[in-house]
Design a protein around this ligand. Structure first.
Ligand SMILES: C[S@@+](CC[C@H](N)C(=O)[O-])C[C@H]1O[C@@H](n2cnc3c(N)ncnc32)[C@H](O)[C@@H]1O
Length: 269
């Protein structure tokens, strides 16, 4: 069989972000393309979906213990960072929309990875002071920080966003998950979406934010925790397959961060 340029391709020549394959010479395998051709070939949707699914199979996130350790160590500086971040209009936009949408839906708002509690606090003080609130987080230090911030206006507990067995089926008005699903692999994200769907009442709202993309998050030398970026299509598929109706999914640039944030809003049907 004649071996072609694809056979000699190194994996880093597949660029899923730009949806191209860089056809290159590979001297290590003695492969020099005809007339030294080095071109970019587009990847069609069928091949893209195949490659992405294949890539995901080989990717896993760091263990829950390692993620917990990261946030135990960084919770205080995270809180400090969020003191400024929470002023960004995106948080008020999303939370005011959430309050409007659940005006007639009883039940708590549950933040499944509440971190320093800034989102629940903003929600409580600006948009829906009578609503009962529950914050869940893996990190004990984050739970302490959140509890101090929210006082008696929320119940804050240590837990895993993928397992809300302490919450009754169909009882919650909303589930929030901001910048945490990058710590779980695709199978766990699917399981988490199903769990969030279970606890929500009919017409309950789901608000998810995460980092958009295909590869790992580049933490530079801050940590060696492996966390994953997800594509818009993947996030939407998980929401729809878990029984949600999609209301909105947007991708937004973030100042001083070389990644884009993705925001999904969905309703339990
Ligand atoms: C980047 S912080 C985001 C915190 C908050 N949602 C925000 O947007 O400010 C990620 C948070 O997710 C929590 N976390 C990570 N994995 C978790 C899990 N499996 N269950 C619950 N919380 C988790 C971490 O402890 C940390 O507080």
């Amino acid at each position: 069989m004649r071996r072609g340029p694809i056979w000699a391709l190194l994996l880093h020549n597949i660029d899923l972000e730009r949806r191209i394959v860089r056809i290159c010479n590979n001297p290590e395998l003695n492969r020099i393309n005809k007339k030294n051709k080095q071109v970019d070939k587009p990847i069609n949707s069928k091949l893209y979906n195949y490659l992405l699914a294949d890539l995901r199979k080989a990717m896993d996130t760091s263990s829950i213990e390692k993620v917990k350790k990261l946030y135990e160590e960084t919770a205080d500086s995270y809180e400090e960072m969020m003191n400024g971040e929470i002023e960004l209009p995106i948080y008020s936009d999303i939370l005011s929309r959430l309050a409007e949408r659940i005006t007639n839906t009883p039940g708590p708002v549950i933040d499944t990875s509440c971190g320093s509690g800034h989102m629940l606090h903003l929600y409580n003080t600006q948009f829906d002071p009578k609503r009962s609130l529950t914050g869940i987080d893996l990190s004990q230090r984050m739970v302490e920080i959140s509890s101090t911030r929210l006082g008696s206006s929320a119940k804050i507990i240590i837990g895993d966003m993928c397992d809300l067995s302490m919450i009754k089926t169909g009882s919650a008005a909303a589930v929030i998950s901001f910048f945490a699903i990058h710590h779980i692999n695709p199978k766990q994200v699917m399981a988490a979406f199903k769990e969030w769907h279970r606890v929500l009442s009919k017409k309950g709202q789901l608000m998810v934010a995460t980092w958009e993309g295909t590869g790992q998050i580049d933490y530079q030398d801050e940590t060696d925790v492996i966390a994953l970026r997800y594509k818009k299509d993947e996030l939407i598929t998980w929401a729809l397959e878990s029984g949600f109706k999609l209301d909105k999914c947007t991708i937004e640039p973030v100042e001083e961060i070389p990644m884009e944030a993705m925001y999904l809003e969905a309703t339990k049907i």
